[in-house]
Design a protein around this ligand. Structure first.
Ligand SMILES: Cc1cc2nc3c(=O)[nH]c(=O)nc-3n(C[C@H](O)[C@H](O)[C@H](O)COP(=O)(O)OP(=O)(O)OC[C@H]3O[C@@H](n4cnc5c(N)ncnc54)[C@H](O)[C@@H]3O)c2cc1C
Length: 282
């Protein structure tokens, strides 16, 4: 079963080593796309392992600089020890963002399940207050996100707007996909109007078209926001937006801990589940 999912994973993951992620970024750059590189991993429970994550990100930032590829990095706080303690994750994240600052780079904080939302925002704001070269993902599936977006706009922090990849309790989230999408559109308009360089991170053609229409209708220049998509999804759309003069960044994950990320990609599209089931049954 893991072998089959591994086969499926190849579409979404650059490889197991950061050299493969750098190569993927180089190929994307050749097609007019930028990259944000993520070292896969989450829910680390050992402080030594969290420190290895910091070391890996530091080497990744060095390799980005040395190779000259146009790429930022993306990280998860539970990969840096948030399950161990708030302080461990904050200090590790601050070290990576400082290293990125020294190398003239930028760090995106991914958003994990809702058990981590408040702590992720708190750590992000702490680090952002010291080093402004970082941004944070906000999920339109959560009821709280309008308030979070307003706060982040006030703090002049870059926001990556996503729908949300985690199953959330009904008391705190929108149950219906159409409500998640409606909230996405509302938050997207707010960010386009008020935030510096927001990232519209979706493969949803309807929302992308709405972003294009809304930006042009409100005199928002193409260079003042960006689209973000995941490696292996809607490659044609990524390239056509770039060809139309939009900034497009592709999220490039790599590493040996690819299973949780791959399962999230599998779950979010029923055709993917059918693909795996078909191969099991064949
Ligand atoms: C750059 C980036 C960063 C992200 N960071 C986070 C994060 O920090 N936290 C978080 O919770 N989520 C994150 N996500 C994931 C996001 O929350 C969604 O789960 C994911 O993007 C699918 O939603 P969608 O917006 O594409 O819309 P959907 O309505 O789910 O999909 C729209 C269309 O995109 C295509 N598509 C979507 N998913 C897949 C797939 N897996 N395989 C093939 N085609 C697919 C299909 O054609 C689908 O009809 C990120 C997404 C992106 C693009």
């Amino acid at each position: 079963m893991k072998g089959l999912i591994g086969c499926f994973a190849q579409r979404y993951i650059a490889g197991t080593h950061r050299a493969e992620a750098i190569e993927a970024a180089r190929r994307l750059n050749g097609a007019g796309l930028r990259a944000t590189i993520d070292n896969l991993g989450e829910n680390v429970e050992d402080a030594g392992e969290a420190l290895l994550t910091v070391k890996e990100y530091s080497s990744l930032l060095d390799d980005i600089k040395d190779s000259g590829v146009a790429a930022t990095v993306s990280l998860k706080l539970t990969h840096l020890g948030l399950d161990i303690s708030y302080g461990v994750a904050r200090d590790n994240a601050a070290e990576i963002v400082k290293r990125a600052l020294d190398l003239d780079n930028f760090v995106w904080f991914d958003m994990e399940g809702s058990a981590y939302t408040q702590r992720t925002i708190d750590i992000f704001l702490d680090v952002h207050g010291r080093h402004p070269n970082c941004g944070i993902a906000i999920q339109s599936c959560l009821l709280r996100s309008a308030g979070d977006v307003a706060l982040l706009i006030k703090e002049q922090a870059a926001v990556r707007l996503v729908k949300g990849a985690y199953k959330e309790p009904p008391e705190i989230s929108y149950a219906l996909k159409r409500d998640v999408d409606k909230n996405y559109a509302a938050l997207m308009r707010e960010l386009l109007l008020k935030s510096a360089m927001p990232a519209i991170a979706t493969h949803d053609r309807r929302l992308i078209d709405e972003a294009v229409r809304f930006a042009s209708g409100n005199g928002i220049p193409k260079g003042s926001f960006e689209f973000q998509m995941l490696l292996g999804i809607k490659r044609g759309l990524q390239r056509s937006l770039a060809a139309d003069g939009y900034r497009v960044t592709v999220y490039v994950p790599y590493g040996v801990n690819w299973l949780p990320y791959t399962l999230r990609r599998l779950r979010e599209r029923k055709e993917n589940i059918f693909f795996v089931l078909r191969n099991i049954l064949d």
